[in-house]
Design a protein around this ligand. Structure first.
Ligand SMILES: [Mn+2]
Length: 300
């Protein structure tokens, strides 16, 4: 079994890669709490920090400007992908703090490719194929054709899986090794894509009904034993608007305890911490984020 021993980990801190102001402040807010010093001490971890370039937000929404930004975001996501790949390839646990969820297309493709290269030619096929947990109120699986908003942070799953043309096949994630947890607000076109590709999906309603431990067990069961897992966690899944009964800010409703206990977690993204949307809730959101990071790394 693949055990992600945390000899060292790496924090990729990414400012906003999309033309939407606010989320670029999330990583800084998390860093300032000192949570990483705490983790390093308690878990005796060597943590490296990697700051990845971002795309500056702009208020200019002309068509030409948006096209230019699309190109910049795409280039930034590719940089994220190769940075995550480099770290994961060395067997490091990679935590990426965003920034907006566009980066998810980069992070999961980075680990997917790293595993394939790391275990190439070996018998244990399960270890070669990444499992992905997408913990989010939204499905983020629109393609550029189906998206109504045109926003790239609603499309990372489509790009990462090849539903939208982007990564080389060696980087693509497999939608049969992919599980949604916490869905709440899914477009019709997305529902169709999820059904057509038989993607396993648990809604927030499922979580509220059965509890996160049962849902997580079912998700891990679906991915199969010995499957290395990358969790991509959108903090907006904790927002009371989307998850009213999870008791925000303590994310008991979407906790990662069970996942950590499985020993299969190799990477985590924490995205969309956006102080500008609800400034008064910043501390709560940041605390919830820190708590998730600690849980994922098994630090009390
Ligand atoms: Mn998302």
């Amino acid at each position: 079994m693949l055990t992600p021993v945390l000899h060292s980990g790496v924090i990729c801190r990414i400012a906003d890669v999309s033309p939407r102001a606010g989320a670029e402040k999330g990583p800084e807010a998390i860093m300032q709490t000192g949570v990483f010093q705490e983790i390093a001490t308690k878990a005796n971890l060597a943590i490296d920090f990697d700051v990845l370039a971002a795309v500056p937000a702009t208020a200019d929404h002309t068509e030409a400007k948006e096209k230019e930004e699309g190109g910049l975001v795409s280039a930034a996501v590719q940089r994220v992908s190769s940075a995550v790949y480099q770290h994961a390839r060395r067997g490091r646990f990679v935590l990426t703090v965003g920034g907006d969820h566009s980066i998810g297309a980069g992070t999961v493709t980075g680990t997917a490719k790293a595993l394939r290269d790391q275990f190439a030619g070996q018998q244990q096929q399960r270890q070669q194929e990444l499992g992905v947990l997408w913990i989010d109120a939204h499905a983020d699986i629109n393609t550029p054709e189906t998206s109504r908003s045109g926003r790239l942070h609603g499309m990372p799953v489509a790009f990462a899986s090849g539903l939208a043309p982007w990564p080389q096949s060696g980087h693509r994630i497999n939608l049969r090794r992919f599980v949604y947890i916490g869905l709440r607000d899914v477009d019709e076109a997305e529902k169709e894509l999820i059904a057509r590709h038989q993607v396993k999906a648990f809604t927030m309603e499922d979580v509220n009904r059965l509890g996160i431990d049962k849902i997580m067990d079912a998700a891990l069961d679906h991915l199969g034993p010995d499957t290395p897992i990358h969790a991509s966690y959108d903090i907006d899944s904790l927002d009371p608007e989307w998850a009213p009964s999870t008791g925000f800010p303590v994310p008991a409703g979407l906790s990662l305890e069970r996942l950590q206990e499985s020993g299969n977690l190799i990477a985590l993204d924490l995205v969309e911490i956006n102080p500008d949307i609800v400034p008064s809730r910043l501390d709560l959101t940041v605390n919830a984020g820190c708590r998730l990071i600690k849980t994922a790394l098994g630090v009390e």
